[in-house]
Write a protein that binds this ligand. Structure first.
Ligand code: 5AD
Ligand code: SF4
Length: 443
């Protein structure tokens, strides 16, 4: 039996796509391996969001193509956003690559492997298979792939992005928005639950623009939350522009929805937000935050921030720091701006120097570290429902997650992965909570 090795970079939607490709390959008779040396087909599903992500994938691919020195028959391919963005130009960076299949044409990976093998057999000059720009059908959903029990599942509900944030390559790599039907989504969630999943995360670049057959995102949340057997419902990512008090109110009452919201702000300066083409003011963002906190009890709030966008002044950055103090996020993901060719901001000359970007990122993370720690103290002495997700064998601890998406560490005890326990929180540090189990959590 032929084996494939498939490695993923990038966001949760890429994880979902990777699992879909795994299913496709397994159903075509391949077996999975985690050891590249034993694989006949090696694939890297890539991300283009920042240059760093692309460099990492390119280095990894260069390393994998070196396996061809010993075994010239192996097929090495690049899939996903970087393949979509660069297409055949990727040959310049990876002259020995055998196939290039972009995120909008992933099912072509099978044909690509086939063609690459045929080309190899024919001999002659090396010419990689370059997949189509787009396909009008998508990968099958990943769920049925192995039958192995799973605790959590991702479900992509909307593909692509119709926004045009000045820094972002995603609308190019992922293409325009396409919502899946609510029936398809609910069926997939039901199947996941039947396979043992207790938690589902709905995915989209912008879940709030979901619309299919008159069903909008809040309505979809209600439908998915009502699936029997599902215990936890999450989603990511929301766009503040497409949220308002009414939408947030309707979202907040969905059954099984967990008190966690990832709401990327990108900058605390309305001027920079306008230049980023985010299409909302800071005042609107804060209004959505207030509405979310009113609608969802004890909400845990996280965000993404870009520092050093072209033209960002010291004063703009100070506004971002003030925003952190005002909103008091539970945690955040901070990024140095990375120019992506083809985006509106890439041609700007008023760049922030690299060392200044680094300084701002460090300052941002420093402020947030303190706030995260302070925010976590609110859990002290409280009893939280914890989903047991794994065991730290070395320390003999159990690791779980609260509904707020906080890691909770419990001392050894008669727990099992997939179980829900009620735990009293005794210590709160940085991003982690430490507790003792009081017993099984009620349904
Ligand atoms: N440079 C830096 N960060 C970026 N992001 C998206 N594009 C870029 C870029 N060009 C960040 C945004 C987004 C997250 C997924 O990645 O903060 O929310
Ligand atoms: Fe990376 Fe964006 Fe593509 Fe996800 S959609 S893999 S974050 S470029």
């Amino acid at each position: 039996m032929k084996r494939f090795f498939l490695e993923n970079y990038g966001c949760q939607m890429n994880v979902y796509d990777t699992e879909g490709m795994e299913r496709l390959l397994i159903e075509s008779g391949y077996a999975r391996t985690d050891a590249p040396e034993t694989a006949d087909v090696l694939l890297v599903n890539t991300c283009s969001v920042r240059e760093h992500a692309e460099e990492r994938a390119l280095n990894r691919l260069a390393e994998l193509t070196r396996l061809k020195d010993q075994r010239p028959e192996v097929v090495v391919g690049v899939t996903g956003c970087m393949a979509q963005r660069m297409g055949k130009d990727i040959k310049r960076r990876l002259p020995r690559i055998d196939l290039v299949v972009g995120s909008q044409a992933l099912p072509a990976v099978l044909e690509g492997i086939d063609e690459a093998e045929k080309a190899r057999a024919r001999g002659g000059k090396h010419k990689p298979y370059i997949g189509p720009q787009t396909l009008d059908h998508y990968l099958p959903p990943p769920i049925a792939r192995t039958g192995e029990p799973r605790l959590k599942g991702f479900v992509t509900i909307i593909r692509g992005c119709n926004k045009s944030c000045a820094y972002c390559i995603v609308p190019t790599t992922r293409g325009p928005e396409v919502s899946r039907t609510p029936e398809e989504i609910v069926a997939e969630v039901q199947e996941l639950v039947a396979a043992g999943a207790v938690e589902v995360m709905l995915l989209g670049q912008n879940v709030n623009s979901y619309e299919a057959g008159g069903v909008d995102f809040p309505e979809l949340l209600h439908r998915v939350g009502a699936v029997r057997g599902l215990r936890r419902l999450r989603f990511t990512t929301s766009h503040p522009r497409d949220m308002n008090r009414d939408v947030v109110q309707r979202m907040g009452t969905a059954p099984r929805l967990q008190p966690w919201l990832h709401l990327p702000v990108q900058s605390g300066s309305t001027r920079v937000l306008a230049e980023m083409n985010r299409d909302y003011s800071l005042a609107h963002y804060l209004d959505v935050v207030d509405a979310a906190r009113a609608a969802i009890e004890d909400l845990s709030l996280t965000t993404d921030i870009i520092v050093g966008f072209p033209g960002e002044t010291g004063e703009d950055f100070e506004e971002t720091l003030r925003l952190l103090e005002r909103v008091r996020y539970d945690t955040l993901y901070g990024f140095k701006y990375s120019p992506r060719s083809g985006t509106a901001a890439a041609s700007r000359e008023d760049v922030v120097p690299a060392d200044e970007k680094q300084r701002r990122l460090a300052a941002l993370l420093e402020v947030q570290k303190r706030i995260s720690h302070e925010r976590n103290q609110r859990f002290l002495g409280r009893t939280l429902e914890v989903l047991i997700e794994g065991r730290d064998a070395k320390r003999g601890n159990w690791l779980g997650k609260s509904g707020h998406n906080k890691t909770v560490i419990l001392p050894d005890g008669p727990h099992a992965v997939g179980g829900f326990v009620a735990a009293r929180i005794e210590r709160a540090e940085g991003l982690t909570l430490y507790g003792t189990a009081l017993g099984r959590a009620a349904e």
